[in-house]
Design a protein around this ligand. Structure first.
Ligand SMILES: C[S@@+](CC[C@H](N)C(=O)[O-])C[C@H]1O[C@@H](n2cnc3c(N)ncnc32)[C@H](O)[C@@H]1O
Length: 334
C-alpha cells in the first residue's frame, strides 16, 4: 500500500482512480500527476509565490524528530505545509500547495486530500498563521487522523506579518486550545526557539525598516532600537518566568491526541496490557499518550520503551515488533 491508496478527492472525498498521468474520481473530477506528484489542490493550478525562498530543511525541530522517531515503522505521518523538507523517512508524506522536488503531494490544509482516519500523526510547523480558515484546517486534521492519532502544530503569536501567502491569524496558547478543542490536549508550550526574543528581534527589524527618522531625537531612538538587537536576546529568554514568556512568545506549540472515545490509542493491545499490569510502567509513563513532555530535559515514552530491549521480557510485545511491516509512501518495501 502506498501514499496513493490513502488519497481522496479534496472536494468530494471520493476515491481517486489512476488514469494515465492523472487521478480521476467516479464523478469525473480530474487531477494531474506531475513528475510523480499528484496535484490535489481544490483549485487547479493555483499561482503560488513565496515572499522569500523557503529554506531547504534537512532536519525536523528536535521535538518533532523525537516524536516521529518514537512511532513504529508502519505508521503514516503527514508533514502539512512542509515547504522544502528534505527527508528520507519513508513514513513522512510531505504536502505543500507549492510543487517542488521536496513534496510528495500538492494540497491545501483546508481540504486535505486524504481519506478519513488514514494517518497516525499530522504535524505542521510555521504553517497555521498562513491559513485563512485555521479552524477548517484543524477539523480536517481531526478527520484524517485515526483514533489515537496525534496533532503537533505550532503557530506564530507575537510575530510580524510575512508570506506565503500572508499571515492571517496568530494564536496564543489559548487560541491553540480553541483551534484544537476537539482533541485531548497533551501539552501546550512555548518551545525554546519560539521564545519572546525571536519575536522582539523580528518586530524591531520590521519597525526599523518602516521607520524614517527626521529629527536628531528620532535618529537617537532608531539607534537605541538597533542597539537592543545587539544584546543576546535569546539568552535573556531564560531569565523570563515561563508565565510571562508565554504572554509575549513568538510562537506556541500544541500537542494533542484524537480520542473520540476515551482511551483511543495508537498503542497495540499488548503494550497497553503491559502498562496496565505493571506499576513500574505506570510510574514511569503516567500518561502513555504523552509521547513528549517538552518541559522535561530527558524525554521518554511508552513506545520507546516497547521498542527497546527493556521490553524483551514481554513475549506479546516481541511478537508485535517482529510483525510490524514498514510503511513506505512510495509503496516499496523498506
Ligand atoms: C514558513 S513556511 C514553513 C515550511 C515548513 N513547515 C518549515 O517548518 O520549514 C510556511 C509553509 O506553509 C505553506 N502553506 C501556506 N498556505 C498553505 C495551505 N493553505 N495549506 C498547506 N500549506 C500552506 C507554504 O507554502 C509554506 O511552505
Amino acid at each position: 500500500m502506498s501514499l496513493f491508496d490513502l488519497l481522496a478527492c479534496p472536494v468530494t472525498g471520493e476515491t481517486l482512480i489512476p488514469d494515465g498521468d492523472a487521478l480521476v474520481t467516479p464523478s469525473g473530477r480530474r487531477y494531474r500527476v506531475q513528475d510523480g506528484v499528484p496535484i490535489l489542490t481544490p483549485v487547479a493550478d493555483q499561482e503560488i509565490t513565496h515572499e522569500h525562498p523557503v529554506t531547504v530543511r534537512k532536519d525536523f525541530e528536535p521535538t518533532i524528530q523525537f516524536v516521529v522517531d518514537s512511532l513504529p515503522k508502519d505508521r503514516r505521518i503527514l508533514d502539512l505545509g512542509s515547504g522544502n523538507r528534505d527527508t528520507d523517512d519513508p513514513r513522512v508524506v510531505r504536502m505543500d500547495p507549492m510543487l517542488s522536488p521536496y513534496v510528495d503531494i500538492v494540497g491545501d490544509a483546508h481540504q486535505l486530500p486524504f481519506q478519513d482516519e488514514s494517518l497516525d500523526m499530522v504535524y505542521a510547523t510555521a504553517v497555521f498563521e498562513h491559513l485563512h480558515h485555521p479552524f477548517e484546517a484543524a477539523r480536517e486534521i481531526w478527520r484524517v487522523l485515526r483514533p489515537g492519532g496525534y496533532a503537533l502544530v505550532d503557530c506564530n503569536f507575537v510575530f510580524p506579518f510575512h508570506g506565503y501567502p500572508a499571515v492571517y491569524f496568530n494564536a496564543s496558547t489559548e487560541g491553540m486550545r480553541q483551534l484544537f478543542e476537539d482533541f485531548r490536549e497533551l501539552i501546550v508550550v512555548v518551545p525554546p526557539w519560539q521564545g519572546p526574543s525571536f519575536g522582539i528581534d523580528a518586530i524591531l527589524s520590521e519597525y526599523l525598516q518602516a521607520f524614517h527618522p527626521r529629527t536628531p531625537e528620532q535618529h537617537e531612538f532608531a539607534a537605541a532600537l538597533r542597539a537592543i538587537r545587539e544584546y543576546p536576546l535569546l539568552e535573556y529568554d531564560a531569565l523570563l518566568d515561563p508565565a510571562g514568556a508565554e504572554r509575549i512568545a513568538a510562537g506556541v506549540t500544541y500537542f494533542g491526541v484524537k480520542q473520540p472515545s476515551e482511551g483511543d490509542s495508537l498503542y497495540p493491545a499488548c503494550v497497553l496490557d503491559a502498562w496496565r499490569r505493571r506499576e513500574d510502567l505506570q510510574a514511569r509513563f503516567p500518561d502513555p499518550a504523552l509521547l513528549l513532555d517538552m518541559t522535561t530535559p530527558s524525554p521518554d515514552n511508552l513506545f520507546r520503551w516497547a521498542m527497546s530491549p527493556d521490553a524483551d521480557a514481554e513475549a506479546g510485545i516481541v511478537a508485535w515488533r517482529d510483525a510490524v511491516v514498514p510503511w513506505h509512501r512510495s509503496g516499496e518495501a523498506t
